[in-house]
Design a protein around this ligand. Structure first.
Ligand SMILES: Nc1ncnc2c1ncn2[C@@H]1O[C@H](COP(=O)(O)OP(=O)(O)OP(=O)(O)O)[C@@H](O)[C@H]1O
Length: 244
């Protein structure tokens, strides 16, 4: 099967510091992939190069067979590559439903190649909030949400764009065990509904529950890529984690 995402030799420097060193990886449609690595290993830099908030110095990123070079983050979202942020960034003066409506109007219409009708917009907002377990929070303001619901809203905003690939960047930090389980279950449900998901996460229990494949970055290099159990037994991975 042709890859959904094909990352080939992506490199990024900050001044003289090599944050990403020729990273290559492919993601097949429908996969659930965990991207892990110690602090500062380059995970966010890679995600930023994929989603278009940073421009890679070397290499190419292809999504659905097309080179994304030169496309802004918004253009990539409209092509179906959406990401959520470590720190949720809702519009503070809008309700939960309105927070979903904005990316939906912006991206879903262009994904479908036409304007959505008012009824379709309402249905889609309800569908996304339902998927995220936020249906009864629709009219609340973000400031009134619990931390876990705030994370769900951040994922809902990404999902409103109807992506084929969702990159979830540390969606669980600071949550309780049961809340982590809740978010993992939610991400697995999205995957089962056809969304390819890359999860960046430090909570290893969540990573192992979620991932069908693990990619490990250390010091900007990919050092392992494969089935989670095998990857975690890889000597370099053990060293990187014990060394933390
Ligand atoms: N804009 C920047 N300017 C200079 N250095 C940067 C910049 N962004 C990231 N770095 C450096 O690049 C390295 C990789 O950072 P990155 O945030 O990608 O790591 P990470 O794996 O996501 O870490 P964490 O798990 O802590 O979020 C770090 O050493 C970081 O200090």
């Amino acid at each position: 099967m042709a890859p959904l995402l094909d990352v080939d030799g992506v490199g990024k420097r900050f001044g003289g510091f090599i944050a990403l060193d020729a990273v290559s990886l492919t993601i097949a449609p429908g996969e659930r992939v965990g991207l892990i690595g110690p602090n500062g290993s380059g995970k966010s830099t890679l995600v930023n190069c994929l989603s278009g908030t940073l421009v890679n110095d070397t290499g190419t990123v292809r999504f659905e067979g097309r080179d994304l070079a030169g496309l802004t983050a918004h253009q990539r979202t409209r092509r179906g590559l959406a990401r959520s942020f470590q720190l949720p960034r809702p519009f503070a003066s809008m309700t939960v439903a309105e927070n979903v409506r904005v990316p939906l109007l912006y991206a879903a219409g262009s994904r479908r190649g036409r304007h959505l009708t008012r009824a379709e917009i309402g249905e889609r907002i309800a569908e996304v909030l339902g998927q995220m377990g936020l249906a009864d929070r629709a009219d609340q303001m973000p400031r009134d949400l619990t931390q876990v619901d705030m994370r769900k809203l951040e994922l809902a905003r990404a999902m409103a764009a109807e992506p084929s690939l969702l990159i979830a960047d540390e969606a669980m930090a600071g949550l309780s065990n049961s809340e982590v389980d809740d978010i993992v279950a939610l991400l697995i449900r999205l995957n089962q509904a056809g969304i390819t998901v890359i999860l960046i996460e430090h909570i290893m229990k969540a990573v192992m529950q979620f991932s069908q494949r693990l990619v490990v970055l250390v010091s900007g290099k990919k050092i392992a890529d494969g089935p989670p159990d095998e990857v975690m037994r890889h000597p370099e991975v053990e060293r990187a984690y014990l060394g933390q």
